[in-house]
Design a binder for this molecule. Structure first.
Ligand code: ADP
Ligand code: MG
Ligand code: MG
Length: 531
């Protein structure tokens, strides 16, 4: 991981490509006088805390000794200004959201195909193997719940064909997330903050021609993600145990990004009247049980004699092997999976979101996309969003990838990724050859090799941990999708009950750093100013 100070260190550097947006608005964002900056920040700091655009402070920032009850919050890492983003790219990414819902719900419903795809990982990736075992254990007794909920997020960067810099920009997919797709809560809030700062004229007047109200799209992820969860809750049907129903947010503890999750939870309470509880991953076996009908019953620690029947378990935990510190974590995961609660996601849906699956779909002339997306128009639009990705096995494409990855020059155009989520796991550019040397060759196929997308850089200012940093930045657009489907017999057949695009997220980081996970200490949450 890169130290935080590295971010934005390159104040002059705009990266390799010229920013097309910056060419149109060369003085955006404008330099501020000390008085202007003071006014802007004073408003930003108060608004953000007043509206939960916040995270728990890091222990480095406020030691737990000083905040033993974990009562403090601080402004989330955010940009001062909305970043410029090409409208055609924004529309392109949104327009494929439902096709991606189709694609990934179909993959998650095809056990045979998934088995064939993750099979080569089982011997070399313990985490994937354990997840697969959970699936097999449940399969033995039969799944108790045919309904599945996916709250997905497909992440993109703007790509400009290097051989034709004047060509139209398009988006290329960085990755597809099927578990714990985060920042939907903060995205809605940061967009509202930027609109607020604009409306009170906290930005210098020169920005008003750029930030016309129409250029700032609403970030609707909170109500739309909550709507998706409410649809699942509804589809689960009324309680059959005699206990009231509830939705469980399965969470990590401690969690710095708690307010992001709370925004969705509060919308679910308020807009849909659904009861919700936060259940730390390590308490699954303590606070839940599966009854003889396989219903998942949850006894809140504060009212243990008033249990609830769980309609939906929404995972904001369980995506990383570091979280499974005891065998009880795996027992807890199995307990949820075999229950009749709807899972968001199921183990199979989580596995559908591996980078291996993304690579198999993106391999040139792959027949798999057409299999899962029979609609030719949809498939061709999805295909346009794929960047080149290679296996690291001994197939023809794999051998080619191995030669790129070990070449001191060629490797600089690539990123090497293991089957992991949550940021901080990838190996970039010239670090790839050395990394491969250090691990046994048998483990190479546990990774995929992906061409780096080189989005154009622009200027912005990031506010993080009370500090202001300005410089060259690049953006990553996420588009959420909500999909509820009923699984068939494991052969890819399923019935999609509800599918919708569910809002957007813009994350922005210094153009000098590779990672973009805001909570991991890199980058920031942003909103789009469409140009
Ligand atoms: P994770 O599941 O851990 O979030 P990602 O594939 O999203 O893994 O990679 C983490 C970050 O690395 C991304 O947010 C992005 O900033 C950067 N990244 C990953 N792949 C690429 C790529 N092909 N081109 C440019 N940047 C990339
Ligand atoms: Mg990512
Ligand atoms: Mg991811």
């Amino acid at each position: 991981q890169q130290p935080e100070e590295d971010i934005l260190k390159d104040r002059s550097g705009l990266g390799s490509t010229d920013a097309m947006a910056t060419q149109v608005y060369p003085n955006y964002p404008p330099d501020l006088t000390p008085e202007q900056e003071h006014y802007l920040l004073a408003n930003l700091k108060d608004w953000s805390i007043a509206h939960g655009l916040a995270v728990r402070p890091t222990t480095a920032y406020v030691p737990t000794k000083q905040d033993p009850s974990v009562a403090l919050a601080t402004t989330a890492p955010i940009t001062l200004y909305p970043s410029l983003f090409p409208r055609i790219c924004f529309e392109q990414a949104r327009s494929v959201a439902k096709a991606y819902n189709e694609l990934y719900s179909a993959i998650a419903s095809d056990e045979e195909w998934l088995k064939g795809t993750v099979e080569e990982l089982l011997d070399i990736d313990d985490f994937i193997a354990e997840l697969w075992k959970v699936h097999l254990d449940v399969k033995k007794e039969g799944y108790a719940q045919p309904l599945n909920l996916g709250l997905f997020r497909s992440d993109y960067m703007v790509h400009i064909d290097p051989s034709d810099p004047t060509s139209r920009p398009t988006v290329k997919q960085v990755e597809f997330n099927t578990i714990a797709s985060s920042f939907g809560g903060l995205s809605t809030q940061v967009s509202a903050l930027h609109k607020h700062l604009h409306s009170i004229e906290a930005y210098p007047d020169s920005t008003s021609s750029v930030i016309a109200d129409t250029a700032l799209p609403d970030a609707t992820s909170v109500p739309k993600l909550a709507h998706g969860m409410a649809a699942a809750h509804q589809a689960y049907g009324p309680s059959s145990s005699g206990h009231p129903t509830c939705v469980i947010f399965l969470v990590q503890e401690p969690e710095r990004n708690v307010f992001d999750q709370r925004h969705v939870e509060y919308a679910l309470n308020k807009n849909h009247g659904v009861r919700t509880f936060r259940l730390p991953f390590h308490r699954v076996l303590k606070d839940t049980r599966v009854d003889s009908e396989r219903r998942l019953l949850y006894a809140p620690p504060h009212k243990p004699d008033k249990p609830f029947e769980v309609s939906l378990v929404y995972f904001r935990a369980g995506y990383s092997p570091d979280e499974y510190t005891t065998p009880d974590h795996w027992k807890g995961r199995l307990q949820i999976e075999r229950s009749a609660a709807i899972k968001c996601p199921s183990v199979l849906t989580q596995l559908a979101g591996t980078k291996k699956v993304q690579q198999v779909l993106a391999t040139p002339h792959s027949p798999h996309l057409a299999k899962f997306l029979p609609d030719k128009d949809q498939a061709s639009e999805v295909l346009k969003t794929f960047a080149p990705i290679y296996p690291m096995d001994k197939s023809e494409a794999g051998l080619e990838a191995r030669s790129f990855a070990q070449d001191a020059e060629k490797c600089k155009r690539y990123v090497l990724k293991p089957q992991r989520e949550g940021g901080g796991n990838n190996i970039y550019r010239s670090n790839i050859p050395g990394f491969l040397q250090e691990i046994p060759e048998e483990k190479w196929p546990a990774h995929i090799l992906m061409e780096m997308i080189e989005p154009p850089a622009q200027q912005n200012v990031i506010f993080r941990n009370g500090e202001v940093q300005s410089g060259g930045v690049i953006c990553e657009l996420g588009v959420y999708g909500a999909c509820l489907w009923e699984q068939g017999d494991g052969d890819g057949k399923r019935e999609v009950v509800e599918s919708s695009e569910a809002g957007y997220l813009l994350r922005t980081k210094g153009s000098g750093s590779e990672e973009g996970g805001v909570a991991a200490g890199f980058g920031s949450v942003d909103s789009a100013c469409l140009v």
